[in-house]
Design a binder for this molecule. Structure first.
Ligand code: SAM
Length: 258
């Protein structure tokens, strides 16, 4: 899935919603930031986390925001305009334009699961980290990213078509092994799962519905079926039998000091 135009806009709305806020909070609570840290956010999107990272370091520290999407980098540049200590890198995570051992913290939110050559991207992340660094990643267990309330067969069809939106449906299950192979230790997982049974105007489940609807039409699901699905879940919500579940996982890993 490419994060530009309509999908880029929806992604930025998700990032501004309670789901985005709680993920940033979880990352900031986990990273132990020192004023002189050099930190990279891989797949920085519209830069919502970069602002907090930039405030946490002083003139000896520096922040790098990496994203291949022109749309996202443009939005991030506007959002982060007042910060002089952020450098943007417009590239994919498997080719980071930084020397070896530049950073001592790396973080990424809902990005690695979209990267087909995820092993190359993790190796590249490892390359730019100093010994003693830590890496904090959030990825979603997409099998649990589900709406409830629509007719079962149609609901399955829509969710099945949505699977093509990312390369790795269950990355958090594979990440500990991949990180361990790269020399990371003390690998810990933490669930950030949530359930929504009623949506307000800024609910991540509102934008998630729009993202799914937009994407599955590109996969050949008809406009009529998508509209029926949306109507059915809206009806279920009015009747108090609606649900949306999401299961992001925060993975923390360390590189031993050598
Ligand atoms: C779901 S968004 C998350 C953005 C941000 N981390 C957030 O939480 O709001 C995924 C981001 O990953 C970026 N992305 C996609 N493929 C990538 C790749 N190969 N390397 C690095 N970033 C990538 C997209 O452009 C997009 O901005």
């Amino acid at each position: 899935m490419e994060f530009k135009n309509e999908i880029g806009k929806l992604q930025r709305l998700v990032s501004a919603s309670s789901a985005g806020i709680s993920r940033r909070q979880a990352v900031l609570e986990t990273l132990i930031i020192k004023p002189n840290d050099h930190i990279i956010d891989i797949g920085c999107g519209a830069g919502d986390l970069l602002i907090h990272l930039a405030k946490a370091v002083d003139n000896d520290g520096h922040i790098y925001g990496l994203d291949p999407s022109k749309d996202q980098i443009t939005n991030a540049n506007v959002k982060c305009a007042e910060f002089q200590n952020i450098t943007f890198l417009k590239s994919t995570a498997d080719k980071i334009d930084l020397p070896d051992k530049t950073c001592n913290l790396a973080t990424s939110t809902q990005t690695f699961e979209y990267i087909k050559n995820v092993d190359d991207a993790l190796m590249e992340t490892r390359r730019i980290l100093k010994s003693g660094s830590s890496f904090v990643n959030i990825s979603v267990l997409w099998d649990y990213f589900r709406f409830y309330g629509a007719e079962k067969k149609l609901n399955e069809k829509i969710h099945d078509a949505f699977k093509a939106h990312c390369s790795h449906q269950m990355l958090p299950m594979e990440l500990p092994g991949k990180l361990s192979n790269l020399g990371f230790t003390n690998i810990k997982n933490k669930s950030l799962s949530f359930v929504i049974t009623h949506r307000d105007q800024n609910s991540p489940a509102k934008y998630a519905e729009d993202v799914i609807a937009f994407f599955v039409k590109l996969q050949g699901i008809s406009e009529t079926e998508v509209n029926d699905w949306k109507e059915q879940i809206n009806h279920a919500e009015k009747e108090g039998r609606f649900g949306f579940t999401s299961f992001p996982v925060l993975t923390e890993a360390f590189l031993n000091k050598i």
